[in-house]
Ligand binder design. Sequence first.
Ligand code: PMP
Length: 361
Amino acid sequence: MSHKVYNFSAGPANLPSTVLKKVQSELLDWSDSGMSVMEVSHRSKDFVALAVNSESMLRELLNVPSNYKILFLQGGATGQFSAIPLNISTPTDTADYIITGNWGKKASEEARSYLNVNVVANESTSNYTTLPDLNKVSFSSDAAYVHYTPNETVYGVEFSKPLAKSSVPMVADMSSTILSRPIDIGSYDLIYAGAQKNIGPAGLTIVVINENLLGKARSITPSVLNYTLMSESESMYNTPPTLSWYIATLVFRWLLDTGGLEERHKINLAKANLLYQCIDSSKIFKAPVVESARSLMNIVFTAQDNELEKTFLEEASKANLKNLKGHRMIGGMRASIYNAMPIEGVETLVDFIDNFDRRYT
Ligand code: PMP
C-alpha cells in the first residue's frame, strides 16, 4: 500500500515502514530456518543470538552503564506497577509517588496493595496541564523509592530532563518517552516501558535496573515479575514474547542506522515544534498544557466546542489522518507522534489543521 495513512494512535502505535517491510520479507523464512520467527524455540541458537544482539543494541542506544541489567519481560507497564514494590520494597516501607497524570495515579493506586504510598505531588488541580515545582515537594527521608512518569501519555505532559537524583532509588515509567531522546540512565535506578509506542509491538516490556536493586524481591513475588529470577535467566525463565522481541530488535537496528537518539531527538523536536506552533497560531484550536511541560510525543489539543471537534475528527479520518481522538477520559484531540511518525505525517496534519482553521472561522 503506497498511499499513506498517518496513524496518530497513542499505542499500539505506528511502526517504521522499513521495519514492517523487513518483517514481511522474512515472515515465512527467518534466519534461513525455513520457519517463521514465531515458530522457532526461544532457546534455539538463532533466537538466543537475536536476544543477545537485541540487548547489546538497546544498551548502545540508551548508553546503559555496565552495572545495569536490561530485562525483556511481559505484563506491560501495568505489570510493573506491582512488580516494582514487590521487588524493591518491604510491606512496611513507604514510597513517594509524583502524580502528573493518570498513569502515575494508577501506578500509585496499585502500589498501595504492597506498601505505604506517599503522594508527594499531584497535579490534578491543574487538570494535569502543569508539572510540580520540585523545590516545594517534600520527599520522605527514608522512602524505598521515588516513582514518577516522565511522559504522561493521556494529558501530554513531559519532564524535559530527569529529576535530581538523591540517595533514594529513582523509578520512572518511560513507556511513552523511551528512545525519543537520549536519557541519562545513571539518573535512574529503574526505568520501565511497555513496547507498544517507541519500541515495537505490544507484548514486550523493558526494564532497565541498577544491579544493586536485585536480590530483594519478596518471597511472594510471582516468578514472571521477579527481576532477580528474570535477570539470572537472561529474561528466559519462561517463554518470552518472541515476535514482539524480534520486531523490537529491528526497531533498535533502524534507530542505530538512522543516527541513534541524538538524531531522533532533533527530528522529534522539529515535529513537535511544528505542530505546537500550528495549534498556537490557530483561531479554533488550543493546546492546554503549559509550554514548559509540553510532551514531544503526545500532543493534546482542543477546539472551541465539541461539535467542531467531532467535525474535525471525522474530516481528518477521511483525509487519512487516523486516531486523533483524545483519550476517552478527557476527549479533545491527541496526536501521538512517536519515532515512527515521519515529519511528512506531521506536515500533512499541520496543513490539514491550517485548512480547517480557514474553513471554519
Ligand atoms: N504508563 C504509561 C505512561 C502509558 O502510556 C501506558 C499505556 N498507554 C501504561 C503505563 C500502561 O501500559 P500497558 O498497557 O503496557 O500496561
